[in-house]
Design a protein around this ligand. Structure first.
Ligand SMILES: [Cu+2]
Length: 180
C-alpha cells in the first residue's frame, strides 16, 4: 500500500514538472535554405573559382560560372540562387537556422538595407556594397556569417520587428524574417 505522503510527493513532482515544461518550452528552430545551381565543370576550372569550389550534387545544376556574372551585371540574376522561404514569420525567441543546400559558399548576413555584396562582378548595375558585407571574408563580421556546402548558421536573439538577410556573395539572395 502506498503511503499518502508518497502519493502527495508524486503529485507535487508532476505539478512541478508540468510547470517547468510550460516555462521552458523549447523553441523549435525555423529553417531557411540556401540554394544554387553552380555547374561544377566551369566553376571549378583553374581560372574560375578553383578546384573543389562548387560541390553541387543536385541533378541538372548547369549554370556556368561566366553566365552567373553576366546575368548579375545585367540586372537579371539567376533566380536559382535563392533563399527559401522569401519571408519567414516567427515568434520572438525562435532560432533561425540557415542551411546551405547548394553547391557553393553563401553568407546569411543581416543587413539594414538590401544592396550589393563584396564581389563587384556579381552586383547589379549601380549596386554598391552594403556596409555589412564590405571587406568580404577578410572581416570577421562577414566571415562569421558564412555558410559552406552542407553547413548551417544559427541566428538567435532577433528582436521583434523586421530583419533583412542577404548573401554577401550573391546579393540577389534575399529574405525577410518577421519576429512577432
Ligand atoms: Cu550566395
Amino acid at each position: 500500500m502506498t503511503s499518502p505522503f508518497v502519493k502527495l510527493g508524486f503529485a507535487v513532482a508532476c505539478f512541478l514538472f508540468v510547470g517547468m515544461m510550460d516555462h521552458d518550452k523549447p523553441s523549435v528552430p525555423a529553417q531557411v535554405v540556401a540554394l544554387d545551381e553552380c555547374d561544377p565543370a566551369t566553376f571549378n576550372a583553374a581560372n574560375a573559382a578553383g578546384p573543389g569550389f562548387c560541390k553541387n550534387v543536385a541533378l541538372g545544376a548547369s549554370t556556368q560560372f561566366s553566365t552567373l556574372f553576366t546575368e548579375a551585371q545585367g540586372g537579371n540574376p539567376d533566380r536559382k540562387w535563392d533563399f527559401e522561404p522569401d519571408t519567414l514569420t516567427v515568434d520572438e525567441g525562435t532560432p533561425i537556422i540557415a542551411v546551405d543546400q547548394g553547391g557553393e559558399p553563401h553568407t546569411f548576413t543581416e543587413v539594414a538595407q538590401f544592396g550589393g555584396g563584396f564581389i563587384g562582378g556579381l552586383n547589379g548595375p549601380n549596386e554598391t556594397t552594403v556596409p555589412e558585407c564590405a571587406g568580404g571574408f577578410s572581416r570577421v563580421e562577414v566571415a562569421r556569417t558564412r555558410i559552406l556546402q552542407g553547413s548551417q548558421r544559427q541566428v538567435t536573439g532577433l528582436s521583434k520587428g523586421e530583419h533583412l538577410f542577404q548573401c554577401c556573395i550573391h546579393p540577389w539572395m534575399r529574405m525577410k524574417v518577421e519576429v512577432k
